[in-house]
Design a protein around this ligand. Structure first.
Ligand code: PLP
Length: 347
């Protein structure tokens, strides 16, 4: 097969911004050390591109959700530094963890028994302090099975750290009450947003994710967190659209005048969700806004070229992917914007 021609979609990752974000979050963690949530392929940005950068910046604890995510991360960091948040569901999961040396996060008494039956070893323990997602209940912390575990990180997860919600204080208090009950080496509560809530929330280890990748879940982080991703897509056709004609699926845009329209090689399969068809959504060329016209298709989107009359087919336009701004523009969460980018980008 001949080499593929250049892609019409580019994702540029700013490695120095990623490293800087980790260092900022590590510094904001005070006496605690920052780890790194690298689940979902580093929130869509690519394990191979991101994990070595985070490792070289100083991260020593990496969190994934699935067992299937471990091998890719273990190509770059010692398996002992990888914690698997979903924990061992089966004997196969436990055997895999032991063979590799990755740390399962035990989330239930059942998972504790699966792990111990497999022979046990160093693990983490998740305590649910009010989110009702994964984790043992605080009243289960004194169970004999938990006492048998060899626990490195005792952790809990905040449901509402991105808001000023009394639930944060409630979860902190519930977590602190569990600490003396469960033997452990390190304690960890805060995600990106949580580590801005103050020193009480830091313990020994923080677990930032979204802010590493340029997300700003709380205004306290806005000044210091740098954008990490740039997205560009090619103009693949210019077309003249006469006044009164419609553009795209369901003809939701009606040309009010004769217009020059650009068709861009980027659609919802690439993370440009239909929410980008909202009023005010635009792509950018040379600092000029190109409003999105009509519905976003799977592989394409139409833009108004009246501010970019010189644009020719093959030119690249950029997606304004500053995450807090893009989230405000589209109504999507910063997490969804990142994790849905898809696999067609030249990276
Ligand atoms: C995803 C996740 C994190 C990271 O959260 P962010 O909000 O992305 O910083 C931390 N801890 C757990 C348990 C997670 O699931």
């Amino acid at each position: 097969m001949p080499p593929s021609p250049p892609a019409t979609l580019r994702l540029k990752l700013d490695a120095s911004a990623l490293a800087s974000n980790w260092r900022v979050l590590d510094r904001l963690s005070g006496t605690a050390k920052a780890g790194a949530a690298v689940k979902a392929d580093c929130y869509g940005l690519g394990v191979d591109a991101c994990v070595p950068v985070l490792r070289d910046a100083g991260a020593r604890d990496f969190f994934v959700a699935h067992w299937s995510e471990v091998p890719a991360v273990a190509r770059h960091v010692p398996p002992q530094s990888i914690a698997v948040l979903h924990g061992p569901l089966s004997d196969e999961d436990a055997a895999f963890a032991r063979a590799l040396g990755a740390r399962p996060v035990i989330n239930s008494l059942h998972q504790a028994s699966v792990w111990l039956r497999a022979g046990g070893g160093l693990c983490d323990l998740m305590v649910d302090t009010g989110m009702n997602r994964l984790g043992i209940r605080p009243e289960e912390a004194g169970d004999g099975l938990i006492a048998e575990l060899d626990i490195d990180v005792l952790m809990s997860h905040l449901s509402s750290a991105d808001e000023d919600d009394p639930a944060n204080r409630g979860q902190l208090d519930a977590f602190k009450a569990v600490l003396p009950v469960v033997r452990h080496r390190r304690a960890s509560l805060a995600n990106s947003a949580g580590l801005t809530l103050g020193g009480e929330y830091h313990f020994d280890l923080t677990r930032p994710g979204i802010a590493l990748y340029g997300g700003v879940p709380r205004p306290e982080l806005a000044e210091q967190i740098r954008p990490v991703v740039k997205i560009e897509a090619a103009l693949i056709q210019r077309r003249r659209v006469p006044r009164g004609e419609r553009i795209g699926y369901n003809g939701t845009f009606l040309a009010p005048a004769d217009m020059m329209v650009g068709i861009i090689s980027l659609g919802y399969a690439d993370g440009l969700m239909r929410a980008w068809g909202r009023e005010g959504a635009h792509l950018v060329r040379d600092g000029r806004k190109l409003p999105v016209l009509g519905r976003v298709s799977m592989d394409m989107v139409a833009v108004d070229l009246s501010q970019a009359r010189g644009a020719v087919e093959g030119d690249f336009v950029s997606v304004p992917f500053d995450l807090p701004h893009a989230a405000a523009l589209t109504g999507l969460s910063q997490y969804e914007l990142l994790t849905t980018l898809g696999g067609r980008y030249a990276r």
